[in-house]
Design a protein around this ligand. Sequence first.
Ligand code: NAP
Length: 278
Amino acid sequence: MRCGIIGYPLGHSVSPAMHVAAFTAFGIDGSYELWETPADALAARVEALRDPAVGGANVTIPHKQAVLPLLDVLDPLAGAIGAVNTIVNRDGRLTGYNTDAPGFLRSLAEEGGFEPRGARVLVLGAGGAARGIVHALATAGAECITIANRTLAKGDSLAVAVETATGVPVDACCEPGDLGDYACIVNTTSLGMLGAQQAQLPCALDSAATGTLVADIVYNPSQTAWMAEAERRGLPVVGGLGMLVHQGALAFELWTGQAPPPGVMFAAAAEALGQGKP
Ligand code: NAP
């Protein structure tokens, strides 16, 4: 079975390592390729997925929205979020899914012991990743969600979209203010990523209540400066590697019908990032 990832650029992707490890664990004769695809080649690239040898693809920046009209069927969750990160080829028909959102929830549950039901949650950022995450938290029963984003208009528009779709109260602001009310704070901004933003914290944690779960979806480095600050304050922490691995595991299951042992994909992703076992 041939699978791969569609995005541009793709130099940083750890997905091949994760999926090859999962194919190997099951003894499946599979390959996972880097399909670097500029925007003007996207339609042809997606069309090529109908080949009977192809199981499907992951989709990443900047194509998660642009692929929607190129597919035959859209899973309802992907349709509600408006973004596809996994395509499955079934006898030449292409179905689009979003495994980022359930992957994030699974990471909160398994690595953080956290269930959103009845919780007040703060989400920092309103970019592509935040769309799925705010939607996932709302559909998982969060009591209310606040989005804090530098560009207020983007936070506002995401808040309106998710509140309209789910009925869960979602508001937006530029600065989060007092954090004492939140059971969970999620960073979906790029602050903390390896590179120029690595030392920057998405928000101060002075006012966070004891026990507030601090979740950072940035996965490179595996421990961000913000996570280190949360740990210094004795707050429970979940990093972004878990979301990355769980979204990949859910995609693999859609292609092959088999759920890979998460430890296998975790170890492969961590090794590909040069970080050893998490
Ligand atoms: P994106 O669409 O470009 O959104 C970036 C977000 O960061 C926006 O909310 C942006 O605010 C904010 N931001 C950027 N620079 C900022 C600054 N200097 N000060 C304050 N806010 C700033 O990116 P994305 O696709 O959502 O990805 C965001 C991060 O999540 C990346 O680090 C990515 O690697 C990570 N991620 C992880 C996973 C995983 O599986 N763990 C999955 C997806 C993404 P504005 O709206 O004001 O520009």
